[in-house]
Design a protein around this ligand. Structure first.
Ligand code: KIV
Length: 271
């Protein structure tokens, strides 16, 4: 897809054109330089520095503990690796909920200190003021509706959201509001296919889904999950493209064995 301002780079304009042309958008998370470099070279359209770094990188049970400083660190590492993809960074829990001024300050820190291209934050009407203020400052915002992991303790489960009509109507209204205030895209997490299809057809901005079915404009997965690094996490929506857990274990076992048996390093591997 051509991009006149920044040849070869994915921008929010390019994403808009992709939706208009019916070209699906690919998105993955990354939290570090090495993986970001590989997935950018492989041609992924959007890289999300998700607050799932809290789970995936730090081993926390939820996304709540990760801090703004830590997100800036992860985002800067990713940005240094990326030449083509649009890099979106999550605003972590507690950095935008108090008021819109705090939200803007947090978004500015992410953009200034990491060099990211956009931010993402969770919520509908309750986050409207913050989203408007960030967008007014010229920072592109991706909305996030459906399962919003930062509110896990309000719901108590990671089950599918918006299954009944009332919740589905609220989600649709939230999505329409997000488009109206200027979000360049909306991410829908773990909601019924019929609802995400409806949202995608009513909104002109690209809709990215995770566990939201195929009738949306693009898909996102957590990189480590789709690479099969974690055997304990198997939601229905997850397709594993590799069994990296087994591959890494086998490589490490072989390496250990070689050391113990005196086979590493060999003559060619020393000075
Ligand atoms: O933090 C994250 O990884 C997310 C997912 C929806 C991909 O927000």
């Amino acid at each position: 897809m051509a991009n006149e301002i920044n040849p070869g780079r994915v921008t929010i304009k390019v994403l808009e054109q992709m939706k208009n042309n019916g070209e699906k958008i690919s998105m993955l998370t990354a939290y570090d330089y090495s993986f970001a470099k590989i997935i950018d070279q492989a041609g992924i359209d959007i890289i999300l520095v998700g607050d799932s770094a809290s789970n995936v990188m730090a081993g926390h049970e939820t996304t709540l503990p990760i801090t703004l400083d830590q997100m800036v660190y992860h985002a800067s590492s990713v940005i240094r690796a990326v030449k083509r993809a649009l890099v979106v960074v999550d605003l972590p829990f507690g950095t935008y909920q108090s008021d819109s001024q705090e939200a803007l300050k947090s978004a500015i820190r992410i953009m200034k200190e990491s060099g990211a291209h956009a931010v993402k934050l969770e919520g509908g009407y309750q986050a409207k003021d913050s989203i408007e203020r960030i967008i007014q400052a010229g920072i592109p915002v991706m909305g996030h509706l459906g399962l919003t992991p930062q509110s896990i303790y309000k719901f108590g489960t990671y089950e599918v959201r918006a299954k009944n009509k009332k919740e589905a109507d609220t989600l649709l209204n939230d999505a329409l509001m997000l488009e109206e205030v200027g979000c360049f895209s909306v991410l829908l997490e773990k909601i019924p296919n019929a609802l995400s299809k409806k949202v995608s057809s009513k909104l002109t901005v690209p809709i990215i889904g995770i566990g939201a079915g195929s009738d949306v404009d693009g898909q996102v997965l957590v990189l480590q999950d789709m690479l099969g690094m974690n055997k304990d996490f198997s939601p229905r929506f997850l397709r594993r493209y590799l069994d990296m857990n087994t591959l890494i274990c086998e490589a490490v076992k072989k390496y250990s064995k070689d050391i113990k048996e005196g086979n590493f390093p060999n003559k060619e591997e020393q000075y």
